[in-house]
Write a protein that binds this ligand. Structure first.
Ligand code: MN
Length: 260
């Protein structure tokens, strides 16, 4: 049997399962809020055109209205000024959208401190325990933040100092971008940077370094707690919007099932 047939057999047998890492997309999906004087994207909304009625007796269909960076979505290189000469979301190599999923759990740290920043030493220690990150990997960071995905207030965790959500140090962002042979990074929060990343140097270091190095970000993931630290495969499927800086994205993982 071919490797693909092997995988399909194990899916049929239940020893391998497909996990959906995508947050449902609706008008209630929490979205990033930029402060004045910056302009915000529109939230997702759905508009009925026909619903088995006069305007379409046999069918129902909708228009959708949305910003690119809404809900579970991918950041393409041209999203950031450091990647402005790079790829748009339609130009990403499909081979880099499928790869090993590495799941790193920082939910205890984020529970203790919502502004917790992951640093290089955390990732070096992880590799000492579990082995090196494989080539083409997607590093998926669990912070427990997905439990707030129905509650925009808790998800953004705003106070007078801005948004308080976990992220990465600038040194870690640079190391991820420059020292690792990965495809990208996924997080459970509204963006790949910490809530307070405007104050980091450079501002929004994950966007700056990753997107400037042809590596990609995905946000608002969920169900990472169902995946093993390594051994799963992830499929990242953004809409191929020509000229798009990002797109809502279905993210699936294939991993050992309960019957394995
Ligand atoms: Mn984005």
């Amino acid at each position: 049997m071919s490797p693909v047939q092997n995988m399909l057999s194990s899916l049929a047998a239940g020893s391998t399962e497909v996990f959906d890492l995508t947050a449902p997309l609706s008008s209630r999906t929490p979205t990033l809020v930029l402060p004045e004087p910056f302009s915000n994207l529109i939230d997702f909304s759905i508009e009925e055109v026909s619903a088995y009625n006069e305007s379409g007796p046999l069918w129902k269909h909708h228009n959708i209205h949305t910003g690119e960076h809404i809900g579970t979505h991918l950041d393409a290189p041209i999203h950031w000024v450091s990647g402005r000469g790079g790829k748009d979301v339609s130009q990403l190599d499909p081979a880099r959208l499928v790869g090993p999923a590495v799941v790193l759990d920082f939910s205890a740290e984020a529970e203790a401190d919502p502004n917790f920043l992951i640093d290089v030493a955390h990732l070096v220690a992880w590799q000492e325990e579990h082995g090196p990150f494989p080539a083409n990997a997607w590093l998926l960071f669990r912070t427990g933040w997905d439990r707030y995905d129905h509650d925009p207030q808790a998800f953004l965790n705003l106070d007078d100092n801005g948004s308080n959500t976990p992220g990465f140090t600038a040194a870690c962002a640079r190391w991820l971008a420059e020292e690792l042979d990965i495809s990208g990074v996924g997080v459970e929060t509204v963006g790949i940077d910490a809530g307070n990343a405007a104050a980091q140097d450079p501002p929004f270091p994950m966007h700056h370094f990753l997107l400037g190095a042809d590596k990609y970000g995905i946000t608002s993931l969920k169900n990472l707690d169902k995946l093993p630290p390594h051994g799963a495969m992830v499929v990242v499927a953004p809409l191929p919007i020509v000229g798009g800086t990002g797109a809502p994205t279905r993210v699936l993982a294939i991993a050992a099932g309960v019957g394995a």
